[in-house]
Design a protein around this ligand. Structure first.
Ligand code: ATP
Ligand code: MG
Length: 240
């Protein structure tokens, strides 16, 4: 569904992704792991069109994304939940959800989608009238995730959904992600919490220094000895 072919991309200086190739299969829940600064978020920003590859190709199905604007990429059904907070704190939860449909012109459709999101995610119903800024970080993450469903996502890009969450919210976020995946949505997730991330995933990708070090099914990646080193916080040194 999503393919990187030899992608080089940076922020104006030297390349951060250095000839990265990877694939995300349709219907998969693919989890990218790797040390801080490996380029994980850069991969997601490249997919969503915030960064343009200097070299190489990004394909969504057979469609090249290289020249597409972030808006066009949204219209294709690729939705990103960034690592940093992205709700409007002074607006209510419901208003934030509604804004997720900002590219839709038909007001009735927006109303119907808001209703569907409220039905689908009970935590939205519970908190609908509260200011987004008054929610905890984890609750805000759940709202950001639910907001994707204003636009019928085909591919959701999730950057470190578990960051800073207490164990209970952590479970709730992961269960919500797994459920959405079971219902047929393809998810590409970056996760610092390597083990939990790979356990709910179907596929894993290990990155280091802007390159791909390992990829495969979640079990293949989890069982690779290099992952043990990653857990211990060492650099990934891979046997060939
Ligand atoms: N806006 C930016 N401008 C310049 N350099 C950046 C920018 N964002 C990231 N970088 C650099 O790109 C490299 C990769 O960053 P990226 O955010 O993709 O890493 P990451 O794997 O997501 O790390 P983390 O686990 O800490 O989130 C880092 O060296 C970082 O300093
Ligand atoms: Mg990151």
């Amino acid at each position: 569904m999503l393919t990187f072919q030899n992608v080089c991309v940076g922020y104006g200086g030297s390349d951060i992704l250095k000839g990265l190739s990877l694939t995300v299969e349709e219907g998969s829940l693919t989890c990218i792991v790797g040390p801080n600064g490996a380029g994980k978020s850069t991969v997601l920003r490249t997919v969503s069109g915030l960064l343009k590859p200097r070299k190489g190709t990004v394909l969504f199905g057979n469609t090249p994304l290289n020249g597409a604007t972030p808006r066009r990429i949204l219209e294709m059904g690729i939705l990103q939940v960034p690592q940093e907070r992205s709700l409007f704190p002074q607006l209510s939860v419901l208003e934030n959800i509604r804004l997720g449909g900002f590219i839709l012109k038909d007001r009735k459709l927006v109303d119907a989608r808001v209703e569907a999101v409220v039905e689908r995610f009970p935590f939205i119903k519970d908190r609908a009238r509260e200011l987004a800024g008054s929610l905890s970080g984890g609750q805000q993450k759940l709202v950001e995730f639910a907001r994707c469903f204003m636009l019928e996502p085909k591919l959701i890009l999730l950057d470190e959904p578990s960051m800073g969450l207490d164990p209970q919210t952590f479970r709730q976020v992961f269960e919500t992600v797994a459920e959405v995946h079971r219902e047929g949505c393809t998810v590409l997730m970056v996760e610092q919490n390597t083990k939990s991330g790979l356990q709910i995933a179907t596929h894993g990708i290990v990155m280091e220094s802007g390159t791909l070090r390992l990829s495969g099914t979640n079990v293949e990646v989890l069982q690779n000895p290099a992952i043990g080193q990653l857990f211990l916080g060492g650099t990934l040194s891979m046997a060939k």
